[in-house]
Design a protein around this ligand. Structure first.
Ligand SMILES: C[S@@+](CC[C@H](N)C(=O)[O-])C[C@H]1O[C@@H](n2cnc3c(N)ncnc32)[C@H](O)[C@@H]1O
Length: 441
């Protein structure tokens, strides 16, 4: 079929002069951002500048006019990797209502700071909206959207941004998603950070969970918890062996004889205990050997494995629009799901190739020994009795004043936890860093 004629053809040709250096820089910037030509790149820059100057409300749909589709980069038996902006992927490349699961971990902090207030959360949500619309577009009615989203500390003060909650609210309120169930990813190997608040001033606790929002366009997405069972606990195994006497529990729950039936494993809670400690797998070795950056914000394969098993069948389509090192693709490939991964930074995709060389990737065996977590206050008898700091920890304990205070940019998350782009939300807000007594009412 011939291409339909544009109502607004690009008939003007413009020449302008650049130095060699300017030309080289612009061409490199355009290609690393996934633009096919300099003119596409300039058009997009212009569009961004126009939008930045427009009053709110006009901005909404502009991004759709000139979206570029990402380039096909690599293919595997079940999957396809794209290089470029996933906005184009979600709005153009992928067919509407064709995806069973969008599973992703978006960057958290791409937007620029504001000097005060709650703007970080607002800006993040604004940035995310076109992606949300694209995700809604490609998802099948009974599909699921799973977003693993890290939290962020505000810089210089011991409080947290609300941006990931704002995102959840917006997705449900403005894009018609239903919250099927929130999950929490607990990383038992997480270091006690932010060190300033946790270790030095001792006024906060170790920040060791990520929120994972499981959403769907319907309250009834396809799902089965039978796919993700965990081994029974010691006590449940002995109960299954020795039998159970039905009785009313103190909570009022009537535990029937069915409780003693062996269902093959226990239904896991919505707390996923997965250490993110892998530091010398084939992926890392390949990156090191080829001088490529190891992606700094990978999630463990156990996260995509859990949701892909629970929410999709073999042959279904899984999409990760913020693919990073393509962990999602690797897991989907080994579970025989069709998949699409899209990533903006080519170096990450060069490294991701390591996941697909040779045989189909195999899932590592999940550790089945449980992690141990003590109930809080387990050391109650020996707890500290010094009075609580009346300044809320604003002043450092006097015996620690010799230690350099953290640079405001670095208090949000330690480099180990933080993706290079994740602290942008957490810049200094002058008003809030004043001592409590100096703050304006
Ligand atoms: C948190 S990381 C994902 C890591 C991934 N889950 C893994 O385990 O390797 C987010 C990724 O999104 C990419 N990204 C940001 N904006 C993008 C866009 N518009 N299109 C495609 N990728 C994008 C970033 O370059 C980054 O690698």
């Amino acid at each position: 079929m011939p291409r339909p004629k544009s109502k607004n053809p690009r008939s003007r040709v413009v020449n302008f002069r650049l130095t060699d250096c300017e030309y080289g820089e612009m061409e490199a910037a355009a290609s690393s951002a996934g633009f096919a030509s300099l003119s596409d790149y300039l058009r997009r820059l212009h569009m961004d500048a126009v939008q930045a100057g427009e009053p709110d409300g006009v901005k909404e749909q502009r991004y759709l006019y000139d979206l570029l589709e990402p380039k096909s980069y690599e293919e595997t038996e079940f999957g396809q990797i794209y290089l470029g902006d996933s906005l184009g992927l979600l709005h153009k490349t992928v067919d509407a209502e064709s995806v069973d699961l969008v599973l992703t971990s978006p960057p958290f902090g791409l937007v620029r700071k504001k000097a005060y207030g709650n703007e970080d959360a607002d800006q993040y949500v604004e940035w995310f909206k076109p992606f949300a619309e694209g995700m809604r577009r490609v998802l099948k009615k009974q599909g699921s959207l799973v977003i693993d989203i890290g939290s962020a500390w505000k810089s210089g003060i011991p409080t947290k941004s609300l941006y990931h909650f704002e995102l959840l609210m917006t997705l449900c309120r403005d894009y018609g998603f239903h919250l099927c169930q929130e999950h929490y990813w607990w990383n038992p190997a997480k270091l006690p950070t932010p060190a300033e608040w946790v270790n030095i001033r001792r006024i906060r606790v170790k920040d060791a969970i990520n929120c994972i929002w499981w959403l769907s366009p319907t309250p009834w997405p396809k799902a089965s918890n039978k796919r993700i069972l965990a081994p029974y606990s010691e006590s449940m195994r002995s109960l299954l062996k020795n039998g159970y006497t039905p009785k009313l529990r103190p909570s009022g729950h009537d535990i029937s004889a069915k409780f003693g039936r062996d269902n093959g494993g226990s239904v896991p809670p919505n707390l996923l205990a997965l250490a993110n400690t892998e530091s010398n797998g084939a992926y890392q070795e390949y990156c090191k050997a080829n001088g490529l950056p190891v992606h700094p914000a990978r999630f463990p394969a156990g996260i995509p494995e859990y949701f892909i098993r629970m929410l999709t069948d073999e042959g279904d389509l899984v999409v990760d629009p913020f693919a990073g090192s393509c962990v999602t693709g690797e897991v989907a490939e080994s579970l025989k799901r069709k998949w699409i991964c899209c990533e903006l930074v080519e170096d990450y995709l060069k490294g991701a190739r390591a996941r697909f060389v040779g045989l189909r990737p195999k899932l590592r065996k999940t550790e089945s020994s449980p992690y141990q977590i003590f109930p809080p206050c387990s050391l109650n008898g020996e707890s500290d009795t010094t009075p609580l700091p009346t300044d809320g920890g604003f002043n450092r304990p006097s015996h620690l004043t010799h230690i350099d205070p953290p640079h405001p940019e670095n208090t949000a998350l330690s480099p180990i936890d933080a993706a290079p782009f994740n602290n942008i939300l957490s810049h200094m807000r002058r008003d809030e860093t004043l001592a409590p007594q100096d703050q304006k009412a």
